[in-house]
Design a protein around this ligand. Structure first.
Ligand code: MGD
Ligand code: MGD
Ligand code: SF4
Ligand code: MO
Length: 659
């Protein structure tokens, strides 16, 4: 049933941005909005009101001796202000770190980075953005903004959709069911690029399963074949791009047989895909965390953008690159400037004109030197970094070794954490501030298609907690008693300041966001780059072939050494609906299984060096040979030691001293 509630909240649980209101028995009920036009919610969204449910922080706490003690808000604020001033006096502002706030609103994210920068440091980041960092970088460098180029409803206009390194059927289910599924039903071809089949694959017409980390090579092979056949958009290339000749030349130097062997795809697959692309007027690509790879992997997003540019598939409806972002306001926190090298609106901190623009509004110029990113900051905790303010992040859960993170957190002189619930991170804090949950506060959130939506509170927070907004504003006022930099009366005033500082948001006002939301930038329709690209010369830039033509690729193929490549997916949060891991988490190809005398449902040991986990097997031909997959939660012990390959053995054959 479609339901138009006058004042819905935005679902705080992922970047799709569905709208919801309280339903029965503590559950959420969907309220139709642009991202969930049918008013549906996914399994996870239905539980949105459980966030901060049973396990809730309600009183501010300050560490006295070794224990956290409940205190009045006044006392907590005094401790924070003193602590921050101490760090600055002794070590300077660059000894501070500000982490957050992709769970919070645009206004809260804006306040967080303003706090950092008015104090004199660019050490501000949100680690969720690192989930899609290479895609964002490729977009910035090649076309303009680190954001999805189109809107969800335009996916219906695509003839071909390429989903790479993502599983939106499970991870962004409402976007998938509302926009991808209907497009496919109406004849759009769905190509899924992933080494392991998942729920998204079930809807796909083609499943391409390259060797993990080699997507870029597949996209380059497609580009090379299209160029060879003359099936490229010459007019688009001439009028709207630069660097084509160098790109084509770099592909021409590629040994295609060798690249195909490296990527583990056959000529027939490439031929079929080329056929699909040649026959399509409009192609759009959707990417997730699976193409992010390791730092050494070739840049898949760049190769994919090259392929889209080559075929004229950026800058009109039904085309372009969609970044399937994860957390509710990952896009917005980044837009608002919770990034160490970018001011609000993605302007480089190193750009003097951009800093002056900010200074005109703030009354103080932000520092010019880029800060450290979230990973660097964490690694410097207790060394260069002496104090940290963490808003809605939990660095203590991560792929990193947990003892290492605990040591880092404990080594700080000042750790301030704003959270809804206790976590590993709050346990190490010197000050813990209990804050309101997303459904309890007013503010704007920007979804994965750049849509800024107003979220209204649909539940009362406990009386003793405060909104992140109020806390950040109060801390700002107390740190700058002789300035009015943080004297805001309401959320709308902060949003309107953001739109004056961030060129992306220029012309949008809080009061006219409206029920459909507003996609930034303000002056264009929902598709970016219809006239020109946001690059210095207005043209999109081609990259280079991602295969190293000089050296070839000398990476030893793990499959030849009895090892299997490990891929993980479905990294599950601590969310109830995510804790339904499959019964047989390890998936492997029949040939790999029979080589190891392993049968379906068998117990096996999955190991790398001294790290081993026991689990059961599902045998499937929807995974490429030589690769096995595990849900990320199960694989965590292996991921923490950065294992990318594993051995699989029956428990009887496993010995701890094995290599
Ligand atoms: N229910 C639920 N939904 C969520 C979240 C949650 O915790 N629970 N978290 C949200 C967050 S923060 C994020 S970042 C997103 C993540 O959303 P996704 O990026 O879709 O996350 P995964 O499910 O891990 O999917 C990654 C896919 O990439 C594949 N893959 C692995 N290696 C490679 C490779 O080298 N090449 C290719 N082409 N594919 C590869 C994996 O097999 C897997 O299918 O999900 C969001 N949605
Ligand atoms: N082991 C493990 N590691 C992971 C992941 C995983 O699932 N498991 N996921 C990876 C991915 S894809 C990502 S994006 C990152 C996510 O990393 P984080 O964002 O650090 O982790 P979360 O647990 O999503 O959220 C952190 C905290 O935000 C709080 N929070 C929620 N809403 C609000 C709010 O409105 N205000 C405030 N102040 N706090 C709020 C929650 O209570 C929680 O304690 O972690 C990555 N690392
Ligand atoms: S798809 Fe995302 S935003 Fe929509 S209901 Fe599910 S978790 Fe919430
Ligand atoms: Mo994420």
């Amino acid at each position: 049933m479609t339901d138009h509630h006058p004042t819905p909240s935005v679902c705080p649980l992922c970047a799709v941005g569905c709208r919801l209101v309280p339903g029965e028995e503590g559950r959420a009920r969907g309220a139709a909005g642009p991202a969930n036009p049918n008013g549906r919610l996914c399994r996870k969204g239905v539980d949105a009101y459980q966030l901060g449910g049973d396990d809730r922080l309600t009183e501010p706490q300050v560490r006295r001796d070794s224990d956290l003690t409940v205190v009045a808000w006044e006392t907590a604020y005094e401790r924070i202000v003193e602590g921050i001033q101490d760090v600055i006096e002794t070590h300077g502002p660059n000894a501070l770190a500000f982490l957050g706030a992709p769970h919070c609103s645009n206004e809260e994210s804006y306040l967080l980075q303003k706090l950092a920068r008015t104090l004199g440091t660019n050490n501000v980041d949100n680690r969720a953005r690192l989930c899609h960092s290479s895609s964002a970088r490729a977009l910035s460098e090649q076309v303009g903004w680190p954001a999805t180029t189109g809107s969800l409803d335009a996916l219906n206009d695509a003839d071909v959709l390429v989903v790479a390194g993502a599983n939106p059927a499970e991870r962004q289910p409402i976007a998938f069911n509302s926009f991808v599924r209907p497009a496919v039903t109406h004849g759009t071809t769905l190509v899924h690029v992933a080494p392991v089949g998942n729920r998204t694959t079930r809807l796909a017409d083609h499943h391409v399963a390259p060797r993990p980390g080699t997507d870029a090579l597949v996209f380059d092979l497609l580009s090379a074949a299209l160029i060879e056949d003359g099936n490229v958009d010459h007019e688009f290339i001439r009028e709207r791009t630069r660097g084509y000749d160098a790109f084509a030349a770099s592909l021409a130097g590629m040994d295609r047989d060798r690249v195909m062997a490296r990527a583990g795809v056959d000529p027939e697959t490439i031929r079929q895909l080329v056929g699909r692309l040649t026959g399509a007027d409009r192609v759009a690509a959707l990417v997730g965390t699976g193409i992010e790879g390791d730092v050494d992997d070739p840049n898949a997003a760049e190769a994919l953008i090259d392929l889209l540019l080559l075929t004229g598939n950026v800058g009109h409806r039904g085309t372009g690159l969609y970044v399937l972002r994860g957390l509710v306001n990952e896009q917005g926190a980044t837009d608002a400037g919770c990034v160490p090298d970018r001011l609000p609106g993605h302007q480089p901190v190193t750009d003097g004109t951009a800093r002056t623009r900010v200074a005109e509004v703030w009354g103080i110029e932000p520092p010019a030197a880029p800060g450290m990113n979230a990973s660097e900051l964490l690694a410097a905790f207790g060394e260069e970094i002496r104090g940290a303010v963490i808003v809605g992040e939990n660095p203590a859960i991560s792929k990193r070794d947990s003892a290492w993170i605990r040591r880092r957190l404990a080594a700080l002189d000042l750790l301030v954490v704003l959270d809804i619930s206790p976590s590993e991170t709050t346990r190490h804090a010197d000050v813990v501030l209990p804050v309101a949950a997303g459904v309890e506060t007013e503010g704007t959130f920007t979804n994965l298609e750049r849509r800024i939506q107003l979220s209204r509170p649909t539940r009362e927070p406990p009386e003793t907690v405060r909104a992140d907004f109020d806390v950040l504003r109060e801390v700002g006022c107390r740190l700058f008693t002789d300035r009015d930099w943080f004297d805001y009366t309401d959320v709308g005033e902060v949003f309107d300041e953001l739109t004056r500082v961030a060129p992306t948001h220029e012309g949008i006002t809080y009061d006219d966001i409206g029920p459909e939301g507003r996609q930034w930038p303000g002056e264009t329709d929902s598709t970016l780059y219809t006239e020109s690209f946001d690059t210095p010369d207005g043209r999109a830039a081609f990259g280079r072939a991602q295969y190293d033509t000089e050296t070839g690729d000398s990476t030893v193929d793990p499959e030849t050494e009895g090892q299997l490549r490990l891929v993980t997916g479905g990294r599950a949060s601590e969310w109830p609906a995510d804790r339904t891991a499959s019964d047989h988490p390890l998936r492997m190809h029949p040939a790999d299984a029979s080589d190891r005398r392993v049968a379906s449902t068998d117990e096996v040991v999955v190991s790398n060096g001294s790290v081993a986990i026991e689990t059961t097997v599902e045998i499937t031909d929807r995974i490429r040979q030589g690769t096995v997959s595990l849900p990320a939660g199960v694989a965590d012990p292996l991921l923490r030691c950065e294992a990318s390959t594993v051995r699989i053995r029956p428990p009887s054959e496993y010995q701890e001293t094995d290599p």
